[in-house]
Ligand binder design. Structure first.
Ligand code: NAD
Length: 360
């Protein structure tokens, strides 16, 4: 069955969805709605009908889906009105600014028997899937430390992303992606969280952060977002019991270096380092390690939109589960709290509020 979808919020991401949806067979972009007249005109130039109000979208029986791509603070009210009007909803990340709002949306979706699915699209990023394969297939042994970071030098973009009231700041903007990836990869409860936020640019919202997340399995992770980095560190740096994997960038430059356990390896020779001598930090002998390329990833998951259609058709479970989105949002709240109190927060998963609401 083909579904009609209206994009609400036809800005940068709304128009990007419009382009993506041209390739999706079972979803037809039926129109758009934006509060800005300029963006409504842009929508018409792009070939889409521009509704004059949200209520006109919701009153249109031909509309099956509403896609919410507005600033973060209005996701909740639009999603709830759309669900109550019996529309399925796809919502941009971060789904809401606080977890109680998400719980309200999940309850509304359940009451109306409609799908509510969050666009956590970076679960499909090639760099993430490559590192997940290294992790899942133990290509560097058992992973015990993961560093995942994105760093730019352009400050916080846009207007609303600078403002607290609109749900601005980098933890909500980029943090939500990196944390979602981490929790999708590591199947363990979180033991502790410690974080600091950066306010270097003088905005009322964070322009970056560092979060140290330790899992009950013993895996440690450092998640970092920066907007004041003129030199970037690698996108991923992961250590395992038998090696290290690095992914430098979104172009998948990187490598895996593993120990040659079976070789009769010479002990490293001391080197002069700075004003001293070291054996500990000397490079391993040539025979001691193997360098290999990053693995190729196979398509193992449905695409985001294939999955959305299959969920509504009753043929699949959502890949992005609302329970998972809720856990990420609660982790974001804990990161804010840790930074504010300058304290390690323990037993996140044991004390956080679990919701018993599931996707339809
Ligand atoms: P944007 O400012 O470019 O676009 C937002 C649009 O929403 C604007 O055109 C604005 O006029 C409109 N708008 C504001 N309030 C509205 C309302 N009440 N009703 C209808 N329209 C309204 O912002 P953006 O960069 O496109 O971000 C939009 C959403 O997409 C945000 O939630 C953001 O976090 C998300 N986003 C996601 C990704 C991703 O990769 N998943 C990337 C970028 C942005």
């Amino acid at each position: 069955m083909a579904y009609n979808l209206v994009i609400v919020g036809y800005g940068g991401m709304g128009s990007y969805h419009g382009k993506l949806l041209q390739e999706v067979p079972n979803i037809n972009v039926h129109g758009t709605f934006d509060i800005s007249e300029e963006r409504r005109t842009a929508s018409v130039s792009d070939g889409y009908k521009a509704y004059e109000s949200l209520s006109a979208v919701l009153a249109d029986a031909a509309v099956d889906f509403v896609l919410v791509a507005t600033p973060n603070d209005v996701h909740k009210e639009i999603a709830i009105s759309a669900l109550n009007a019996k529309k399925h909803v796809i919502c941009e990340k971060p789904v809401t600014i606080c977890s109680d709002d998400l719980i309200e949306i999940m309850e509304t979706a359940k009451c109306n028997d409609r799908a509510f699915i969050v666009h956590q699209n970076r679960r499909w990023d090639e760099d993430f899937l490559t590192m997940k394969k290294v992790y899942d297939e133990k290509m560097i042994g058992d992973v015990f430390h993961i560093e995942s970071r994105v760093q730019g030098a352009n400050g916080i973009p846009g207007d609303w992303r600078h403002l607290k009231a609109n749900g601005g700041g980098m933890l909500l903007d980029w943090g939500v992606h990196l944390l979602d990836q981490l929790l999708f990869m590591v199947d363990s409860k979180i033991a502790s969280v410690y974080a600091n936020l950066s306010y270097i640019l003088g905005d009322e919202v964070d322009d970056g952060f560092q979060a140290l997340i330790t899992f009950e399995s013993g895996i440690t992770s450092l998640i970092e977002v920066g907007t004041t980095n003129f030199i970037q560190l690698p996108r991923w740096y992961t250590k395992g019991t038998n090696g290290t994997a690095v992914i430098e960038d979104w172009n998948l430059n990187g490598k895996i270096v593993t120990q040659n356990l079976e070789e009769n390896v010479e002990a490293p020779k001391p080197i002069k380092a700075g004003q001293g001598l070291t054996k500990t930090m000397a490079p391993p002998s040539e025979k001691a390690v193997s360098i290999s390329v990053l693995p190729q990833i196979e398509k193992t998951m449905q695409s985001f939109y294939e999955n959305v259609v299959a969920v509504v058709d009753g043929k699949a479970e959502p890949i992005v589960k609302n329970e998972e989105v809720l856990r990420v949002l609660q982790l974001i709240e804990t990161i804010f709290e840790s930074a504010e109190r300058n304290e390690v927060i323990k037993d996140f998963d044991r004390v956080r509020k679990y919701s018993t609401i599931y996707n339809r």
